[in-house]
Design a binder for this molecule. Sequence first.
Ligand code: ADP
Length: 206
Amino acid sequence: MNIVLFGPPAAGKGTQAKLITKARGLLQLSTGDMLRAARTSGSDLGKKVAGIMDRGDLVSDEIVIALIEEQLDTHKGAPGFIFDGFPRTVAQAEALDKSLRARGMAVDSVVRLCVDDKVIMGRIEKRFKDEGRKDDNPKSFKIRLDNYNKQTAPLLPFYAAQGKLTEVDGLADIETVAASVKQVLDMQGKGRKTMRKPFWKRIFGH
Ligand code: ADP
């Protein structure tokens, strides 16, 4: 099973991806982690992307697609992948479909972690204080959020049209979100593509 974890920066994609990895033996492919590793290693690629990342901008489609394809080929026998932070543009999503198809696979499920801007801004402020990640500074974070809204959010109708998109409440605590994601994936495994919220949530919100 191949899963795309979807959501704005600081939605909790990385945290949830790690939990799913543990529970299902899937491989987490995080383009953000790969790019940060390239920077730490001091490679040419790392040097090329450093400024772009710190500013909060997106690295070129070409670079991240190549990183993903390299991983797909390195882990040929893997039981499945969790894509975290990828795809982030429609061109990346189309390239992913093509790369997976060429290897006899497909995206099976896209899980969107729904959060609101105020909450993620609070999370990022805290992370900036605690960890000092350069692109968590307020100016870069605003650019990251704008990029998400302009370039990444258009993927929602792309995956909805394929019947692959399910939304979960990403504002709950980590274990509750993990349980919701698990429920989606279990249903997906049984062939159901959509999950409706219980009626009281539809009426009263969360
Ligand atoms: P977050 O989800 O918190 O924004 P990531 O670790 O996923 O953080 O990404 C950090 C940075 O790495 C992004 O702001 C961007 O510069 C770069 N990056 C990661 N994934 C992609 C991608 N798929 N396409 C373009 N740039 C990416």
